[in-house]
Design a protein around this ligand. Structure first.
Ligand code: SF4
Length: 459
């Protein structure tokens, strides 16, 4: 199994006019989903394509946008691989981009090699494309993906017919449709649609294949979906605060998760503190929820360096640590002599929260109480988010057998983590509290990070 997976964002647009500037902006609005590579393909009778190493705004030049002619196209941002990829095949010329992860890629590659197929680098996108291209049309190709691929994917295929948009049969990764006069779009997150002055139409359903072209949106297939398994981490961390996914606002979910942490503190006797603060940016929604329920004043304690990247999606540990240092500086005036409730989304390795607690105490904070929106992370993700091996997950070091099953175990872990990161206390949301706060039925969520249960395996 791979120890590190990627996370990315896809965008597609059919327009009555030249589309490239909207696609450029669309993937720019998805930049938080991957910062290493970006790319755009457009169609003007044939496919034109440019990919870059780096971020959207810093790499696409005026000449690139001039070259990318056409009224429809797709775009991609990624942590690991250049996309879209373009092929000449029996389906004509196509370009494909996807967000997700193919768990059984080794097996699929071996099978295709045995049948005479050649592979360039063996990336997941190559596997996805080759499965699609073996079939008589794109819809049949996506059908074949559902049968053969174990994993998670939301994908867009640019072809002579228009743009095909599809979500895997569990609906792990988000994918949403939007429209405005003369424009029809699909995006990994609604913010890319809303910020382009388009209206949200609806989410693509798990297992649905939609064709987008100048005639509008057409469902070409609805594949059988054994269950939904939307990635719970999207609402807690990955997605942007201004997005709505599968009918639930990210901001609302984060506020509720913070509120739930405050309620636990109230139920357990109350917490004496002067301020509630967030680890920016992903802790802000949680901290505001905590503040509103606890009535403890909200105060920023870190200044966010908007020119630094999000540390989680950096591809190496060293890059992450350097970036974390560049990212936040302490607001000493706000912190001195204060008892602080510090909210964040999750603890992965524990090093970053350790540094934050240390920095606040060094700046004169009297107490730091850490409150974490997600339950303890006990299992690496198989489906496309960049968590690491079991050994690197801090909580897992204390519970080697699996996941937390009782509040006693959770409290025991919290004491150990508080000790490890030198905080005055640590509390997480329990898994039950987490699910209740999200407001999404448990059976529609992937919670494998927290309980180790793969939603794709029947029990
Ligand atoms: S394992 Fe975790 S990060 Fe991966 S899809 Fe499931 S909930 Fe999301």
């Amino acid at each position: 199994m791979k120890s590190l997976q990627d996370n990315c964002g896809v965008f597609g647009l059919c327009s009555d006019t030249e589309c490239v500037h909207d696609i450029f902006q669309g993937i720019d609005f998805l930049q938080h989903r991957g910062q290493e590579y970006c790319g755009i393909s457009t169609f003007d009778g044939g496919i034109r394509q440019i990919t870059h190493y780096g971020k959207v705004a810093g790499t696409f030049k005026y000449e690139d946008l001039e070259y990318l002619k056409g009224t429809r196209g797709i775009g991609h941002v990624s942590l690991w691989e250049r996309q879209p990829v373009r092929w000449q095949c029996q389906l004509g010329e196509i370009a494909v981009a996807f967000s997700g992860n193919v768990l059984n890629s080794d097996e699929l590659i071996a099978d295709m090699k045995a049948r005479g197929k050649a592979f360039f680098q063996g990336y997941d996108i190559e596997v996805i494309c080759k499965i699609i291209m073996e079939e008589r049309d794109v819809v049949a190709g996506i059908h074949a993906l559902a049968k053969k691929v174990k994993g998670a994917y939301s994908l867009v295929v640019l072809s002579n017919d228009g743009i095909y948009a599809a979500r895997d049969i569990y609906g792990f990764r988000p994918l949403i449709l939007g429209k405005a006069a003369g424009r029809r779009a699909v995006a990994s997150e609604s913010r890319a649609i809303q910020n382009l002055e388009m209206e949200i139409l609806r989410d693509v359903r798990a297992g649905e294949v939609v064709l987008i072209n100048d005639k509008g949106f057409k469902t070409m297939a609805q594949l059988d979906s054994p269950r939904r398994a939307h990635c719970a981490f999207e609402w807690a961390y990955t997605a942007s605060l201004d997005s709505i996914i599968d009918g639930v606002y990210v901001q609302e979910a984060r506020n509720n998760l913070g509120k739930s942490l405050a309620e636990r503190d109230i139920e357990e006797g109350g917490l004496e503190a002067d301020i509630v603060a967030a680890v920016p940016m992903s802790g802000i929604g949680h901290a505001l929820g905590y503040h509103r329920r606890s009535k403890i004043n909200y105060q920023e304690v870190f200044l966010y360096n908007r020119y630094a990247d999000r540390s989680y999606t950096q591809s190496t540990q060293l890059a992450r640590e350097k970036m974390a240092k560049r990212k936040l500086s302490v607001l000493h005036y706000a912190v001195k002599e204060k008892r602080i409730v510090l909210c964040d989304d999750s603890i992965v390795r524990g090093t970053q929260i350790l540094h934050k607690v240390r920095d606040l105490k060094k700046a004169g904070a009297k107490e730091v109480h850490v409150r974490i929106a997600c339950p303890p992370l006990m299992c690496p993700c198989n489906f496309g988010i960049s968590t690491r091996s079991h050994e690197e997950l801090t909580a897992r070091r204390y519970f080697k057998t699996g996941h937390i099953v009782s509040m006693e175990q959770l409290r025991e872990l919290e004491v150990r983590i508080a000790d490890e990161i030198n905080a005055d206390s640590v509390k997480y949301n329990s898994l039950d509290a987490f699910v209740a706060a999200m407001g999404i039925p448990r059976e529609d969520l992937c919670l494998m990070c927290f309980d180790g249960r793969s939603p794709t395996e029947t029990e």
